[in-house]
Write a protein that binds this ligand. Structure first.
Ligand code: ADP
Ligand code: MG
Length: 196
């Protein structure tokens, strides 16, 4: 009663405040909790939803290397032409010369394989071109454009079929999954260098 006696004169002077207090109390307080119907979610109008959502393929980024055997034979442009013809956009690119230790970190997943030392030696033997390719389903698309690891098994028209010298000196590297793409991109590029 004391509280009401205090609130009543306030209510007559500030009727909107009572409304506000009730609204807050009724919205998030016990009334709102008891009658959650007051908070029924309102869906956005149909025109704001994407009608083709289920059929859209995701725009992805993948990491790519033009390997020493290819840069040595001046094939950077020819290989990039294959990427672009397949709808992949080169959104970052630079030519660098890895040390064997840097190559070793990049290919760490293969460190137990018999070819690991030879692979690191090869990757540090000449400059390479590191790049980020962007496009719809870029990881799978790039795998297709590259062809099988072993050029003898690669399909006609693929980069490895056309340019690779052997299973080791196979002209290109491409990420095999979104998680590895993210790690590999971050190993070579700062965010500001990716210009999509
Ligand atoms: P990919 O590059 O197609 O993903 P892998 O991940 O199996 O192939 O191997 C990484 C790289 O190691 C290959 O691209 C190739 O340069 C080299 N490599 C793979 N297998 C061999 C092998 N048997 N002998 C020499 N080098 C190899
Ligand atoms: Mg691999």
């Amino acid at each position: 009663r004391l509280l009401l006696g205090f609130l009543r004169p306030l209510g007559s002077r500030f009727p909107w405040a009572a409304g506000l207090a009730l609204g807050v109390w009724g919205g998030t307080g016990p009334v709102g909790k008891a009658f959650p119907i007051a908070h029924t979610h309102v869906s956005p109008p149909a025109k704001f939803t994407c009608p083709k959502r289920s059929t859209h393929m995701a725009i992805q980024r993948t990491f790519s290397i033009i390997k020493p055997d290819a840069t040595k034979r001046n094939l950077t442009g020819a290989i990039n032409a294959k990427f672009e013809a397949a709808g992949l956009r080169i959104v970052a690119q630079k030519r660098i010369h890895l040390t064997k230790a840097q190559a070793g970190v990049f290919y760490e997943v293969h460190k137990e394989r018999p070819f690991y030392d030879e692979l690191c030696e090869f990757m540090a033997s000449e400059p390479i071109v590191v790049q980020v390719l962007e496009g719809e389903d870029a990881i799978a698309k790039n795998s297709e454009v590259m062809g099988a690891t072993n050029p003898a098994e690669a399909d006609e028209g693929t980069i490895r079929k056309e340019f690779a010298l052997s299973i080791g000196e196979n002209s290109v590297h491409g990420s095999d999954a979104p998680e590895t793409a993210a790690v590999e991109i971050a190993y070579f590029f700062a965010g500001l260098e990716l210009v999509g």
